[in-house]
Design a protein. Structure first.
Length: 308
């Protein structure tokens, strides 16, 4: 074969293989980017950050009217328990507000989201680094063929062969297990005895930017201050209250919902160590009780016309 013919043949074969691979990935569409997702129940496979970012591009706004932006503290909150809203849990294990803002902006790129639940906790503003990969629109190319997509397929296969456990449901809820473990190093550093909680200035600005973005899209905001085990909270109560006041004074307005689970009404919940695995993360039954409390508050807000 002449060199010119060999080169042309090679190029044609390579392009054909690439096209066939892209076609296969479009047909599989694990992130719901290329086909209608209405009525589908897509779950997270592979890197949860990549998957949730891409799922928020189309799947979330087409199937849900609300999102939760949070960290591992809220990752196991099954928000299908909120009966009058369809809430997708965008919490990330070890996540910060910079990553959360990226997921929210992806969801806001299409119409559909009318309400955002936003965690108020120092864990969200302690850092601004992306944990695994930068979450931006370049990831959409990953859905046509990439190592992250290959990891998702491997994860999918292992789960279907029952060699691995499905860790997420269709509404973004993560199975964190019973959390019978001690506090991780990040949380230990966050809750160390000190006058104030560390606030990363970039993360702080990102929190306020996200709030502004939500308002610009006409999204109603529900701020949630999650409970902490009372013995742990007591040691930094003054610092925690100052942090919450800072966020409330800078981010919240009169029209927002503000649900604070660190008040007297939830003292009994916070005093019970059975509810917490490490003082900050919730065991499954405690997470269910917390979602039930959120559901009651949301139903009341809807009945009074404060939420749609």
């Amino acid at each position: 074969m002449r060199p010119e013919s060999w080169l042309v043949t090679t190029i044609v074969l390579v392009l054909g293989a690439v096209g066939a691979l892209a076609g296969f990935n479009i047909a599989m569409d694990p992130y719901g980017l290329f086909q209608s997702t209405e009525g589908r129940r897509l779950v997270v496979y592979g890197d949860s950050r990549v998957a949730k970012y891409l799922l928020n591009t189309r799947y979330v706004p087409e199937n849900f009217d609300s999102i939760l932006v949070g960290s591992s503290l809220s990752a196991n909150w099954n928000l299908t328990g909120i009966t009058k809203l369809r809430v997708y849990n965008n919490s990330l294990n070890g996540g910060n507000i910079v990553e959360g803002k990226s997921l929210a902006r992806s969801a806001l790129s299409r119409p559909g989201i009318s309400t955002a639940f936003l965690l108020v906790h120092p864990a969200l503003t302690a850092s601004h680094e992306f944990e695994t990969v930068r979450l931006d629109d370049k990831l959409k190319l990953a859905a046509l063929g990439s190592l992250s997509l290959w990891d998702a397929y491997k994860d999918m296969l292992k789960i279907r062969l029952r060699r691995s456990k499905l860790m997420f449901d269709y509404a973004g809820t993560e199975d964190l297990g019973d959390y019978p473990r001690e506090m991780n190093t990040v949380m230990k550093r966050l809750w160390r005895p000190a006058e104030e909680f560390d606030i990363d200035p970039i993360a702080h600005a990102a929190y306020l930017d996200l709030v502004a973005d939500l308002r610009a899209h006409g999204v109603r905001i529900v701020f949630i201050v999650p409970p902490t085990f009372e013995e742990l909270l007591h040691g930094k109560r003054a610092a925690f209250d100052r942090y919450v006041h800072l966020i409330q004074s800078e981010a919240a307005t009169v029209g927002d919902e503000w649900y604070d689970f660190t008040g007297d009404d939830y003292a009994e919940f916070r005093r019970d160590p059975v509810n917490f695995g490490d003082g900050v993360h919730f065991k499954p039954e405690a997470a269910r009780l917390l979602v039930a409390a959120l559901n009651a508050k949301v139903n009341d807000a809807i009945a009074r016309g404060r939420l749609r």
